[in-house]
Design a protein around this ligand. Structure first.
Ligand code: AVJ
Length: 322
């Protein structure tokens, strides 16, 4: 018997309505854009897992090396009873934290939250099977909207890993950090992973790998729109673009129309025209500096207590207290 359940809030069940609204908003303006959360259906989540194993995509390995080194310290400092993971995906690196918290004998519950129901169900079941006695309560949802639903006994440690916070614009980041702070009681914890500013060539390669896995991941958003809204995108007629914006300090992923096209999206009641060479922005992935992370966390009402990086200074993990 494993102690696992999956909570699918009403709002999460209406994903099609949310996708429709995003498509209607993003493809009706210039430049066109689509929110990056729509990459993650089953196939998209699998493609992302493959990205994490690519030689060029260093963030996952760099973050794992930090967590392997400091998980014990995090468990000691927080004494968390509940570990909440936002955008949990496969929860693979999280095991380092679960192991450390178990070792300290404080951990009672694990609450992973993710937009991809299949990825979440699989990860929750695997963790429940490997950690007998741990209560695993998955929540399907968008962590920008469903944060009020976080269950669990305090003190809670909310972890947001992988550098996913970089997918938000600076304004969204501020609102998001505020909303995390608002659901926490004073003295509870946030562990935040942030990818760091570095040589643009290294960054661009991480988002434009030689094997083309990231290109497929990028095109997957078009497949998701085809599947859920009955659209007739031909993903192969879009080129993958990874661009470093030196001013904003973020990587921008785009899909570039190879030729002029007209796309029908019945589920969004739309016909969309693309000019040859026209871009759709599908993701920003911001890169950070220590000063900025510390300032943004303190603006949201957190006190940064620790800043750890991997040996090569590529990726940082911050521990902040509400
Ligand atoms: C899962 C959001 C952390 O921004 O690096 C990987 C997603 N996009 N390759 C990132 C992603 C292109 C990734 N995050």
């Amino acid at each position: 018997m494993t102690d696992v359940d999956l909570d699918v809030p009403r709002s999460a069940r209406d994903l099609d309505a949310a996708l429709r609204a995003d498509v209607r908003a993003g493809l009706a303006v210039e430049p066109k854009w689509l929110p990056s959360k729509w990459f993650y259906d089953r196939r998209g989540s699998e493609l992302f897992e493959r990205i994490t194993e690519l030689p060029e995509y260093y963030p996952t390995r760099a973050e794992r090396s930090v967590l392997a080194r400091v998980a014990g310290e995090i468990a000691e400092l927080t004494g968390a009873h509940t570990l909440v993971e936002l955008g949990s995906g496969s929860s693979e690196k999280t095991r380092l934290l679960l192991d450390a918290l178990r070792g300290r004998r404080t951990l009672r519950a694990f609450v992973p939250l993710d937009v991809s129901e299949p990825a979440l169900a699989e990860a929750a079941a695997a963790i429940a099977a490997d950690y007998p006695g741990l209560r695993v309560r998955g929540v399907v949802g968008d962590f920008t909207e469903h944060l009020d639903l976080l269950p669990g006994e305090p003190p809670r440690l909310v972890v947001f890993l992988g550098g996913t916070i970089g997918n938000f614009t600076p304004a969204e980041r501020a609102a998001f950090l505020r909303s995390v702070r608002d659901v926490l009681d004073e003295g509870e914890w946030l562990l935040l992973g942030t990818d760091l500013v570095k040589d643009p060539d290294v960054l661009v390669r991480a988002y434009d790998d030689a094997a083309g896995v990231t290109a497929e991941f990028n095109r997957n958003v078009l497949r998701v729109i085809n599947a859920r809204l009955g659209a007739d995108f031909d993903p192969e007629r879009f080129d993958h673009v990874a661009h470093w914006d030196a001013e904003a300090e973020w990587i921008e992923m785009r899909l570039r129309a190879r030729e002029a096209m007209r796309v029908r999206i019945p589920g969004a009641d739309m016909v969309v025209d693309f000019a040859a060479g026209e871009d759709v922005r599908t993701e920003i992935s911001a890169k950070f500096r220590r000063k900025g992370v510390t300032a943004e966390l303190s603006d949201a009402g957190f006190a940064v207590q620790h800043w750890w990086t991997d040996d090569e200074g590529r990726f940082a993990v911050s521990l902040a207290r509400a």
